[in-house]
Design a protein around this ligand. Sequence first.
Ligand code: GDP
Length: 362
Amino acid sequence: MSSSNKQAGSLNEKAGISSPEITNASAISQIKNKRRQQPSADELISGILSGNRTALSRAITLIESTNPEHTEKANEVIKGCLPQANKSIRIGITGVPGVGKSTFIEAFGTFLTQLGKKVAVLAVDPSSSLSHGSILGDKTRMEELVKDENAFIRPSASGETLGGVARKTRESIILCEAAGFDTIIIETVGVGQSETAVHSMVDFFLLLKISGAGDELQGIKRGIMEMADAIVINKADGDNIKKANMAKVEFNRALHLFPSKKTAWQPKVTTCSAITKEGISEVWETISEYFELTEQTGYFGEKRKEQNQFWMMETINEQLKSNFYNQPEIISQLEQIKKAVQNNEISPFAAAQLLLDKYKKM
Ligand code: GDP
């Protein structure tokens, strides 16, 4: 008997089970039962609509799966949840690693649940498929919020492409909303294209910054400044308060140089400390003001409609692309044709056309 079997044997004795073989057999049948017990799409839908977090998690796992059967079931669940979605506010939060995103979301999320809100935290981190694990939306980094029964935290889906990860998050938003989460926070890291993807799925976009060596605007991408509805300078505590206030002035000045937004909303700059919680309620005030204004002007609904159209087009593009690259014939010829292009045996355009023509005939 191996040592693990011996251990299992003694545990079984304690539990009143006589033989490890019996346990093994019962464990296997339990697993089989569990497999058999995979909830149906209808069960998942009714679980989600009644606010059951296990059902929500399971459905998101289906969304994230690459198994076509799961995708089909996920689509059914999304369809069933859609009529109950849309009743939330969606807030995007970006910032470079170390700026304090998870500490901020922990403080801000807890502040919101204390106001009686139900908060879901999702993340978009395409690099998670490379690093084999997401650093965003990581539960261990939000210890308090994860225990909060009015919060739901889900790390980033992993995937080969930003488009794929973003689509999965977009679909997960629908399910979270149907489960009654009224405030959806989407976290993304401030590098690469992921901010643009997140910006296109949220109502309000918040850029988290820290005060630097005085030249606050250096290295900050203009595009991100333009996307931001608010800039929050975090870590405004201790010796840092003065610097944070100076940064606030500088960002405010810079923001005034941008053309005003369609919304008539003037982006705001505030300071806060995710650790002392100073300034957290002001962030919420800013966001609430924004929602009040955009609801009044009708911009809120308009933007969501535009975003839905955008996501439809994105999904088509994404699926066409993945369908193309997943065709066995394309897979088998792609490398060879790439080499031919490299060796100037065929032009890149002719090569692309060749493969596309093959694909069209499939
Ligand atoms: P993320 O990578 O953007 O998610 O950043 P984290 O939330 O992991 O924070 C990075 C580091 O900054 C951690 O050591 C935090 O404790 C610290 N930190 C976050 N917010 C604050 C803050 O408001 N004040 C201070 N002094 N430190 C903070």
